[in-house]
Design a protein around this ligand. Structure first.
Ligand SMILES: Nc1nc2c(ncn2[C@@H]2O[C@H](COP(=O)(O)OP(=O)(O)O)[C@@H](O)[C@H]2O)c(=O)[nH]1
Ligand SMILES: [Mg+2]
Length: 286
C-alpha cells in the first residue's frame, strides 16, 4: 500500500535514515500526533520543525505553509558578529535608515553597548530600499524577513551566544574594525571564523550542502583615509585569514571583505542591502 493512503496514521517513525526532506502528503494526515524524524540530514528550515518538541504538528504546519507559499517561512536569520565596538549595532541602524543623507549622523549617534543579544525582525521589501521594522510596517508579498541578531561582541558573552548559531537559513555578517588598537583585523577575523567553523559540521562544509553564508564587512573606512597604504594591507590580511587551511571550506561569500566607508559614501548601503537580501533569498530557495 502506498504510504500516502495512510490517512489515519497516528504515529510515524522515520528516524535514523538518509532523508533530506519529508513527504508533502504528511500535511494532510491530521490524525498524526507522533512523528520521529530525528537523525536525518534534512535540509533547510524543515529540519527545525522536524526536531522541534511537537514535531508532528510543526512539520504539518510547515508543509502546509510551504504548499501555500506562505510568507512566514521567508525568514532568515541575519547574525551580526564581531568584536565589541566593531560597528554591528551601527550597521543594524544604518540598514534601516530611510534617507541615505542621514547615515553619517546615524553612525555618530550615541548608543549603549549591546548586552548579550538583541533581536528584531526587519523586512527587506523587494528592491534595495531601507529595511523596515516588522512591528511598524506591512510587508509586500515577496518581502524577505530577516530575524536580526545583534550579538554583544564582548568575549564574556561568547559561550552563551553559541546556542544561537545555526548552520543554515542564516546569513552571518562578520563586522571587523581596522581601527581597534588592541586586536588587529586579522586576529578579529581569525577569532570569529574559528568560532563559526566550530559550529559547522565538517562533512556538510566539504559538500557545501545548504549552508549559511558568511559575509565580511570592514567598517570605519572613513578613519582609514589613506586608501592605498592603509586599506590594501588590511584587505590582504583578511583575505589571507579566509584562505587559511582551517577556514577554506567555510561558506564565506567571495572570501573577500567589503570595505565600508558609510560616513563619506552613504550610498554604499544600497549595494550592501541588495547583496545581503540576495544571500538571504538563496537561504530560503531550497
Ligand atoms: N568613524 C566611524 N565610526 C563608526 C563606524 N561604525 C561605527 N562607528 C562607531 O563605533 C562605535 C561602536 O559602534 P557599535 O555599533 O556600537 O559597535 P558594536 O559594539 O559592534 O555594536 C560607535 O561609537 C559608533 O559610532 C564607522 O564606519 N566610522
Ligand atoms: Mg552593539
Amino acid at each position: 500500500m502506498e504510504l500516502c493512503r495512510l490517512c489515519r496514521l497516528q504515529s510515524f517513525n522515520c528516524s535514523w535514515n538518509q532523508l533530506t526532506g519529508l513527504p508533502s502528503w504528511l500535511r494532510h494526515v491530521t490524525t498524526l500526533t507522533k512523528l520521529d524524524a530525528r537523525k536525518n540530514p534534512i535540509i533547510g528550515p524543515l529540519r527545525f520543525a522536524a526536531e522541534s518538541e511537537n514535531s508532528a504538528r510543526a512539520v504539518r504546519h510547515f508543509l502546509t505553509e510551504l504548499e501555500h507559499g506562505a510568507g512566514s517561512f521567508r525568514s532568515v536569520k541575519l547574525m551580526l558578529v564581531g568584536h565589541g565596538f566593531a560597528g554591528k549595532t551601527t550597521l543594524k541602524d544604518v540598514l534601516q535608515c530611510s534617507n541615505t543623507a542621514d547615515i553619517p549622523a546615524v553612525i555618530d549617534r550615541k548608543r549603549e553597548r549591546t548586552r548579550g543579544i538583541e533581536t528584531l525582525t526587519l523586512i527587506a521589501n523587494a528592491g534595495d530600499g531601507p529595511w523596515v521594522d516588522a512591528q511598524t510596517a506591512a510587508a509586500m508579498a515577496d518581502a524577505l524577513r530577516f530575524n536580526v541578531w545583534d550579538f554583544g561582541g564582548q568575549m564574556e558573552y561568547c559561550t552563551g551566544n553559541q546556542h544561537f548559531v545555526s548552520e543554515e537559513c542564516a546569513v552571518y555578517v562578520l563586522v571587523l574594525n581596522p581601527c581597534d588598537k588592541t586586536v588587529s583585523v586579522d586576529q578579529q577575523a581569525r577569532f570569529w571564523l574559528s568560532f563559526l567553523a566550530s559550529k559547522f559540521d565538517p562533512v556538510r562544509l566539504r559538500h557545501r550542502a545548504g549552508l549559511a553564508s558568511i559575509a565580511i564587512v570592514i567598517t570605519h573606512g572613513d578613519s582609514l583615509l589613506d586608501t592605498a597604504n592603509a586599506r590594501k594591507p588590511c584587505l590582504q590580511q583578511v583575505r589571507a585569514v579566509c584562505n587559511e587551511e582551517h577556514f577554506r571550506n567555510l561558506p564565506i561569500v567571495n572570501a573577500v571583505a567589503t570595505f565600508l566607508d558609510l560616513k563619506r559614501h552613504p550610498q554604499q548601503i544600497v549595494s550592501l542591502r541588495s547583496s545581503l537580501a540576495s544571500l538571504g533569498r538563496q537561504q530560503i530557495a531550497f
